[in-house]
Design a protein around this ligand. Structure first.
Ligand code: NI
Length: 193
């Protein structure tokens, strides 16, 4: 596997991948990267505070340990999230997303002290996904994710929003501060969420 980077935890894998990344400066892998969007039920802002976002992060970590996919970009907005995921070829993306969403609901209930039988549906049915077609498509979705908090009006600058992978890529030099202070041109004609 090539150029796997998982921004949410520190693993040995990361060091190796850093090296791969330095050499290739790319994350796009043909035939298997997914852009995923999922929206909360009735667009309730369930993930507004840091504790709730921590449930998302923690759950994602666990699901990753189960299916060993790589997370290439993410943004957790109060009422939806976008992910760029590269699963192992033998693991179906819908299986990962199903597990992720089910476990978030479980952990969310636990955090709210709701009994397990209480039925809460956190998510709108289904989720939007898109298979990345090529390098250019990859870059657009990667940027789309990082620009998202500005697009949705939560902040004026991508660096002011903490629940995304943006700062990681700034540190790596993939973005310069100033990027996303106005809408990047290549994002003007896309609107998923
Ligand atoms: Ni969005």
């Amino acid at each position: 596997m090539l150029a796997i980077y998982w921004p949410l935890d520190i693993t040995k894998e990361r060091c190796v991948m850093e090296e791969v990344r330095r050499r290739n400066r790319r994350l796009y892998i043909p035939g298997g990267i997914y852009f995923i969007t999922s929206v909360t039920q009735n667009r309730k802002p369930l993930f507004q505070d840091d504790h709730a976002v921590e449930i998302l992060r923690e759950t994602l970590r666990k699901v990753k340990a189960l299916y060993f996919f790589s997370m290439q970009a993410y943004v957790f907005m109060p009422d939806h999230f976008h992910l760029l995921i590269h699963p192992k070829p033998e693991v179906n993306i819908s299986k990962i997303m199903h597990s992720f969403k089910r476990n978030i609901t479980w952990n969310y209930k636990k955090a709210m002290n709701a009994s397990h039988s209480t039925s809460i549906s956190l998510w709108q049915y289904g989720c939007w996904d898109h298979v990345i077609r090529d390098e250019r498509d990859y870059k657009r979705h990667f940027d789309y994710i990082h620009y998202n908090p500005v697009k949705h009006g939560y902040v004026n600058k991508p660096e002011d929003f903490f629940h995304s992978s943006y700062s990681i890529y700034v540190k790596k030099g993939w973005y310069e501060i100033g990027w996303g202070h106005k809408e990047p041109e290549e994002l003007r004609d896309i609107a998923f969420e």
